[in-house]
Design a binder for this molecule. Structure first.
Ligand code: FAQ
Length: 315
């Protein structure tokens, strides 16, 4: 790739032009997008599992219907994202094999277990809340198919966030046991939710180049900070305590607008979970492998049908 090509490409990015699948693009740009969109798709699909675990145990028909719809939405998000990645010349089979072999990552958050009904409320509120914070800027990503997929995804995520918040609000209006269940769920999910935004900027291998290419619009730390500042007042409103003894309001943060300074994040835990050592990693991959193997006959039937149609056209 010569310097003139790279400069011309960067000029298109700087002019806020969208890059489309058939456009010439640097190999690194293509690779970064395949990696990020593929991992994002895997996260949506693996992300169906923790909440899917509670569909049969939802406390009412109304809760069950909403949870079922939410989990189905996540499946849809995964499919848009696999399709967006496929426009870059990678197949769904390849991406799935990379997930099952452990080569491709998915979000660390989905390696924690869902232990009580309150977890479903807390996941909607925090995990979908964090996902929205990260994905709204992706609607302006320089790669057209990814940016367009994110618009619908974000609308659906905001419904998910509200259904989660409403579950937590209901619990907080309930008995002491229900309030304790909500607090326990917040205690377990708070730190993993902060880890969703990725390592600190100083440790983030891809951020600088991804921001220059306008794949990412904000750094990991900037988005984490926005999430904390939006979420702490919501916890206060609910009557919940954020499990961070070091959290303080700092009037100097955010260019003097003020914000919440957080305590240290346990990055050893983060990397352990990312590398496969979380409580649920093996279970999640086992479930995905079973789904892939059980679906083999559908892929074979679709292939046979396509071949038959093609043969009929020739004849
Ligand atoms: N977990 O250099 P960076 C959802 C990896 S929301 C695991 O900072 P980058 C909705 C990273 O891949 C969750 N790995 O990387 C939902 C890289 O490793 P690599 C999904 C992580 O890409 C809600 C290495 O660390 N959302 O699913 C994590 O510039 C409820 C170095 O990191 C997205 O994927 C992590 N938390 O920034 C579904 C959003 N963080 O690839 C169901 C799109 C970092 O070199 C229920 N992705 N790593 O092997 C992004 O915005 C970015 O990829 C970041 C990471 C911000 C996640």
């Amino acid at each position: 790739e010569d310097a003139a090509f790279l400069a011309a490409f960067q000029a298109r990015i700087d002019a806020e032009e969208k890059i489309e699948p058939k456009d010439a693009m640097p190999e690194g740009y293509r690779r970064t997008l395949v990696r990020q969109i593929g991992q994002h798709a895997h996260s949506e699909i693996v992300g169906m599992l923790p909440e899917g675990n509670w569909i049969t145990r939802a406390p009412s028909l109304r809760r069950k219907a909403a949870l079922l719809a939410k989990v189905q939405d996540e499946g849809g998000h995964g499919l848009y994202l696999y399709s967006a990645a496929e426009t870059l010349g990678v197949s769904r089979e390849q991406m799935t094999e990379e997930l099952l072999s452990g080569k491709a990552k998915y979000s660390s958050i989905f390696n924690y277990p869902t232990l009580s009904w309150a977890d479903i409320g807390i996941i909607g509120w925090l995990v979908d809340g964090a996902a929205i914070m990260n994905q709204i800027p992706l609607c302006r990503c320089s790669f057209g198919p990814y940016a367009r997929a994110m618009i619908r995804v974000c609308k659906e995520e905001s419904f998910h966030q509200r259904q989660g918040y409403e579950i937590v609000m209901t619990l907080m209006r309930g008995t002491e046991a229900q309030k304790a269940m909500a607090q326990d769920a917040l205690d377990r999910w708070w730190w993993p939710a902060l880890m969703m935004f990725g390592p600190h900027d100083s440790e983030s291998a891809h951020s600088e180049q991804s921001m220059a290419w306008k794949i990412k619009r904000f750094s990991n730390d900037a988005l984490r900070q926005k999430f904390i500042d939006a979420t702490v007042p919501q916890a206060e409103f609910l009557g919940l305590k954020v499990p961070d003894p070091d959290m303080v309001w700092d009037a100097g943060l955010n260019d003097g607008q003020g914000g919440y300074r957080h305590g240290p994040i346990d990055w050893d835990e983060f990397w352990r979970v990312v590398k496969g050592g979380g409580v649920m990693n093996r279970d999640r991959i086992r479930a995905r492998r079973k789904a892939w193997e059980d679906g083999a006959w559908v892929r074979e039937a679709a292939r046979a049908h396509a071949l038959k149609r093609a043969a009929r056209k020739v004849a």
